[in-house]
Design a protein around this ligand. Structure first.
Ligand code: TXA
Ligand code: MG
Length: 340
């Protein structure tokens, strides 16, 4: 390991890994795009101050230009470089959860170009907790940041491995850094301070109760302001191509029988030890058990959906997750995946 690396980068990179990170930084400085791992999902990054590079992100993702991008920073202190009028409670959350799966929406500084925010006066900022993401930001240099949406085509399932990124974006991106499977597996929780009070725009890797504990107060609201354009808040998003339906534990057996009788190929995704009895013997029906723990379930969700989406099923039937706040992000993603 090179001795020049700051102390907070605890991971030792091999020489080839370090060389790849340097190459990625060089591509980004030259206005290119690089897909990189974060602890949530893989991001498709470009230099935030380079509008031509930002345009490439929108065209690679086929994302409408009015949907703003999250800006990734390598250090908490850079928050006040890219944002202004930061409320005390936003600092509290940053210190509590960064690096980590939390995005803060704040008044943007004039250093953020219009094209990053879709013309909005706010900017989403996040310090990711993946050593490769942090090393890349560090290699880019101070007063640099990466605008990066999830590295998938607009509306599709977010990638949680480098192989998923290759499948989604292929050679349209200059370089893909491989950091293995993402630990959280779901996107960051987005908290907006557009009116200086905290609002949850998207549930994600940080739970509501963890946010409330950090702020020592109940949350102001979990409903998005309709004036705010959050692509993750569209009814249909994070969606597989195969129709996906969510059914309660009580009713799932009935629905599966109905489809089985029609000889449709059905994948059932359960989390409880629901008794599916005779269905197990049905040739056109496959049962996949997910973890009972929301952290583990969230980590596997996108890879599982992606896998079964490509396996030729007519329907993906998902057992409704427990009605508990720790499952909010999972319920949110499943509902969007089921909205065709
Ligand atoms: O975990 C994550 O957040 C991942 C990793 C790569 O960091 N990124 C991610 O980016 O999920 P993306 O673009 O797929 O989703 C970002 C969401 C979008 O729904 C976008 O509309 C919203 O954040 N967003 C970004 N800036 C915003 C702003 N100024 N106001 C409101 N929403 C904003
Ligand atoms: Mg996305």
């Amino acid at each position: 390991m090179k001795s020049t690396r700051p102390a907070h980068f605890s991971t030792a990179f091999s020489e080839p890994q370090q060389a790849l990170i340097e190459e990625a930084a060089a591509r980004l400085r030259a206005g290119g795009t690089v897909a990189f791992p974060t602890e949530t999902v893989y991001g498709l990054g470009a230099d935030v101050t380079n509008p031509a590079a930002i345009k490439k992100i929108y065209s690679i993702k086929q994302r409408p230009a009015e949907h703003p991008l999250i800006v990734h920073i390598g250090n908490i202190s850079q928050l006040s470089y890219w944002a202004e009028e930061i409320p005390e409670s936003a600092w509290t959350l940053a210190h509590h959860f960064w690096p980590g799966p939390l995005t803060l929406i704040l008044q943007r500084s004039s250093r953020i170009p219009d094209c990053v925010t879709g013309g909005q006066h706010t900017v989403g900022l996040r310090m990711p907790a993946h050593p490769i993401a942090l090393a890349l930001l560090n290699a880019l240099g101070p007063q640099k940041a990466l605008a990066a949406p999830s590295a998938n085509r607009f509306g599709r399932i977010s990638p949680t491995t480098a192989e998923h990124v290759r499948q989604e974006l292929g050679s349209t991106v200059d370089l893909i850094l491989d950091g293995g499977a993402c630990e959280v597996g779901l996107e960051s929780t987005i908290v907006s301070f557009h009116d200086r009070l905290p609002h949850i725009l998207r549930p994600g890797g940080i739970t509501l109760s963890a946010l409330e504990t950090a702020l020592e107060s109940p949350f102001i609201s979990t409903t998005a302001d309709p004036a705010i354009r959050t692509s993750g808040s569209l009814p249909s998003h994070y969606a597989p191509a195969t129709p996906l339906r969510i059914h309660s534990t009580e009713l799932i057996g009935q629905h599966v029988s109905a489809l089985g009788i029609q000889n449709l190929r059905v994948l059932i995704m359960t989390w409880s030890e629901i008794e599916l009895g005779a269905l197990r013997a049905h040739a056109s029906i496959q049962i996949h058990s997910m973890p009972r723990d929301p952290v583990l379930y969230g980590r596997q969700l996108y890879a599982t959906l992606r896998h079964f989406d490509q396996a030729g099923f007519d329907y993906l039937l998902v057992e409704a997750p427990p009605d508990h706040p720790d499952w909010l992000a999972i319920i949110d993603r499943l509902q969007r995946a089921s909205h065709h």
